[in-house]
Design a binder for this molecule. Structure first.
Ligand code: SAH
Length: 274
């Protein structure tokens, strides 16, 4: 497996087609890598990874997941952390298009599910516009990984009839782009991705828009990975708890009555013999 850490220098040399004809275009497989634990990959994802000669992967893809890539495949890191973009999104798309046009098929590997806060939609649009064939392999999204691994059922007949996924990455400085009214409804579980930087604003706004300050809330850090932690509290004390426990991304914020079931379920899960 060859790691190509600086994707800008990766040249897309056209491969020769049969009888001197230009090579056919490559295909792109957009694969969701799940929340980190390689056992949470789908069979289809593993098949795509094993068969790939080129993989473009993101920051949140678990290192262990990359073990499924063939030894002789090229691996390009195009990851981005919110403050430190390795490649801007447009350059990632450019690179994919260039490689596909040069005849290289590839797996585009993203954490969780590519269509859930993963910009998979933008990449699929660009491929469709460019007439490059692609397929999409879903992944287990972080919210599902966190729910299952930390013992928080995301819906429950007694507690939550609605489940909402939202982004806490609020565009621009302090600009709040969320529909707080909708997020603060009762009998609902809200899972917020990319919300660690805006956690105090999120908790404050949810309370201001009608949720009791005592509403159970949790932070699930590194869901499904060996370093997983789940910190539970309420909307009122979650920002303080986050500081005390030094919770760092990747982490999800889970808000709703279902969080109150976490200790009981966790005890059960720890006692379980697999
Ligand atoms: N497409 C991804 C989400 C990418 S957005 C998915 O479907 O899961 C990045 C955010 O996802 C992070 O800021 C964090 O909130 C969340 N996230 C991703 N992996 C996580 C993990 N293992 N544990 C907790 N949160 C995670």
């Amino acid at each position: 497996m060859s790691f190509i850490e600086d994707a800008r220098w990766f040249s897309a040399t056209p491969t020769a087609g049969p009888a001197g004809k230009p090579a056919a275009q490559g295909r792109v497989t957009l694969v969701g890598a799940g929340p980190g634990d390689p056992e949470l990959l789908t069979l289809r994802a593993v098949k795509a990874l094993r068969g790939a000669s080129l993989v473009l992967y993101d920051h949140l893809v678990g290192r262990e997941v990359l073990r499924y890539v063939a030894d002789d495949a090229d691996l390009i890191y195009v990851g981005k952390e919110s403050s430190q973009h390795t490649l801007p999104q447009e350059s990632i798309i450019d690179l994919m298009l260039r490689l596909a046009r040069s005849g290289r098929s590839m797996v585009r590997l993203k954490g969780g599910d590519g269509f859930i806060f993963g910009r998979g939609g933008e990449e699929a649009q660009a491929l469709a516009e460019a007439g490059i064939a692609f397929e999409v392999v879903p992944g287990i999204t972080a919210a599902q990984g966190a729910g299952a691994c930390a013992g928080i059922p995301l819906t429950h007949r007694d507690h939550a009839a609605t489940l909402v996924f939202a982004t806490g990455h609020l565009r621009g400085e302090n600009e709040v782009a969320l529909d707080w009214q909708a997020l603060a409804r009762p009998r609902q579980t809200v899972v917020i991705y990319m919300g660690m930087g805006t956690l105090p604003v999120i908790c404050e706004q949810l309370v201001r828009h009608g949720l009791p300050a005592a509403t159970p809330a949790a932070l699930v850090e590194q869901a499904s990975l060996p370093g997983q932690r789940c910190i539970t509290g309420t909307l009122q004390d979650l920002p303080t708890l986050a500081e005390q426990h030094k919770v760092r991304p990747p982490a999800l914020i889970v808000v709703g009555e279902v969080v109150a079931l976490q200790p009981q379920l966790m005890r059960g899960m720890q006692g379980a013999v697999l």
